[in-house]
Design a binder for this molecule. Structure first.
Ligand SMILES: *Cc1c(COP(=O)(O)O)cnc(C)c1O
Length: 458
């Protein structure tokens, strides 16, 4: 064990292959269903939205999938990202626990999102795609895909959730800098957006609505545009595993192995990217780390949702998958962690939670910002409000260690920095943030609209 504060790998240590959890899932995969017929989807249906290489990754059961050289070459702009030991935070908490964090805010756009954006743009370029569409919540994903599409010479249209469009105007400018066209969602550009605006002219929007708009814009383009997705699907989690694979090497450099692995979970991609390589060790390598996914109490799909089949988007145009869901028509309160406002959760993460391989926890907005500010003061980095959910839980576990007099090793993913979230921090310092109660009635209402799926019992 060393008392170093940073563990850095040189660029030769960027992983050469992504880790595919499909190879080791302890439960059989559930079918992905067509949103119209509710029968299993065919590659034909998916090929309207994605290039075939990405569809093949989605269903692959190969354990290791090679990272193409052009993707690794772009990863070299910021990867490997550093792993820090939060010695100053440990001292502030006066805990015997050791706390480590992997810092994905080191990417050019400040989050983990480019790990998959670059891969998706690469596979689209290879397939001859000239233009793409996508949604974005807080603007992190839109910025990442805008950067990646620019590198590969692909045009991009981004549907940005209305509340974030107004809360985080500079994110739009980031996307425009890379050459993307940005719409506030719901927008007048799509039929679905127009129908939402007719019902509620100042709709705050949601990721589910923005996904519907981006899917519609690609689907009606007669093959001219493909769709890129920032989270939830298997290929996205696959591309994100570079985070955890590097972290495994860095924990080895530190001479320790985590007892607890933590990540925040919106759609599950940074959490999965960080945690799945550790879960691989739990499932096949004799390790036994506790793995905790942390979500907002106001959008608690894992802790209060139902494990069932539901649409991936609000308009019921995206495929139906089995996941923890609050109902696809549920529109979460406008918390500042915009990236965590999604009604569902990645199917692989959902299955592992249901099987008991992952614990889930929900935390409230104000205690999350308290943790974020404490972390900034100890470590210097101002975290994204999304990432602060992981920090809250790491601090809570470190305080439990203190109370129990235990020296456990805690590792969490710091998914991004909060430099575009100063409006949220300002509201916190002015005492204007609120804790939203879990919206029981909205969820009960949304649960009435789940698709009626008949699949054989497993
Ligand atoms: C988008 C985002 C998230 C949430 O998305 P996941 O797919 O659950 O990772 C978390 N943190 C940051 C910084 C993000 O940009």
């Amino acid at each position: 064990m060393s008392d170093r504060m940073r563990f850095l790998l040189d660029e030769t240590r960027i992983p050469k292959a992504w880790y595919n959890i499909n190879a080791d899932m302890p439960v059989p995969p559930q079918p992905v269903l067509h949103p119209g017929t509710l029968a299993p989807v065919t590659p034909d249906f998916l090929s309207v939205l994605f290039p075939m290489s990405i569809i093949m990754q989605e269903v692959s059961t190969e354990r290791w999938i090679e990272i193409p050289k052009p993707v690794r070459d772009i990863y070299r702009l910021w990867r490997p990202t550093p792993m820090h030991r939060a010695i100053r935070l440990e001292k502030m908490l006066d805990t015997p626990a050791h706390i480590y964090y992997k810092y994905e805010g080191a990417s050019p756009v400040g989050s983990h999102k480019p790990n998959t954006a670059v891969a998706q743009a690469f596979y689209n370029k290879e397939a001859g795609t000239k233009a793409m569409t996508t949604e974005t919540g807080a603007g992190q994903w839109g910025a990442a895909l805008a950067m990646a599409c620019n590198f590969f010479g692909i045009d991009l249209q981004v549907f940005m959730v209305n509340v974030s469009y107004h809360q985080k105007p500079y994110r739009r400018v980031v996307m425009e800098n890379y050459g993307a066209k940005v719409f506030s969602s719901p927008s007048t550009y799509t039929q679905y957006g127009r129908s939402m605006l007719a019902q509620e002219p100042d709709s705050p929007g949601s990721l589910g609505i923005a996904i519907s708009e981006a899917v519609e814009a690609a689907a009606v383009s007669n093959g001219a545009k493909k769709y890129g997705i920032g989270s939830v699907l298997g290929h996205v989690l696959l591309h994100q595993t570079v985070i955890g694979l590097e972290a495994l090497d860095q924990m080895e450099m530190a001479g320790e192995y985590p007892d607890i692995v933590i990540g925040c979970a919106g759609g599950g991609s940074n959490f999965g990217g960080f945690a799945l390589p550790f879960i691989h060790r739990n499932l096949t390598g004799g390790a036994s780390a506790r793995v905790i996914a942390v979500e907002p109490a106001s959008c608690p799909s894992l802790t209060k949702g139902k494990y069932t089949f539901d649409f991936g988007d609000t308009a019921a145009m995206a495929p139906v998958v089995k996941m923890y869901t609050l109902g696809h028509t549920f529109i979460p309160p406008g918390i500042h962690a915009g990236g965590l406002r999604y009604h569902g959760m990645a199917p692989s993460i959902s299955a592992l939670v249901n099987h008991g391989d992952i614990e889930a926890r929900a935390v409230k907005q104000i205690e999350t910002f308290n943790a974020a500010v404490m972390f900034s003061r100890a470590e210097g980095i101002i975290p994204a409000p999304e990432s602060a959910h992981a920090i809250r839980t790491a601090i809570d576990e470190a305080l439990r260690c203190k109370a129990e007099g235990k020296k456990e090793v805690i590792a969490f993913n710091l998914s991004g920095h909060g430099h575009f979230d100063m409006g949220a921090y300002d509201a916190f310092h002015q005492g204007q943030l609120q804790d939203y109660e879990y919206p029981v009635h909205l969820v009960e209402e949304a649960m009435k609209h789940l698709p009626q799926v008949n699949v054989p019992k497993d």
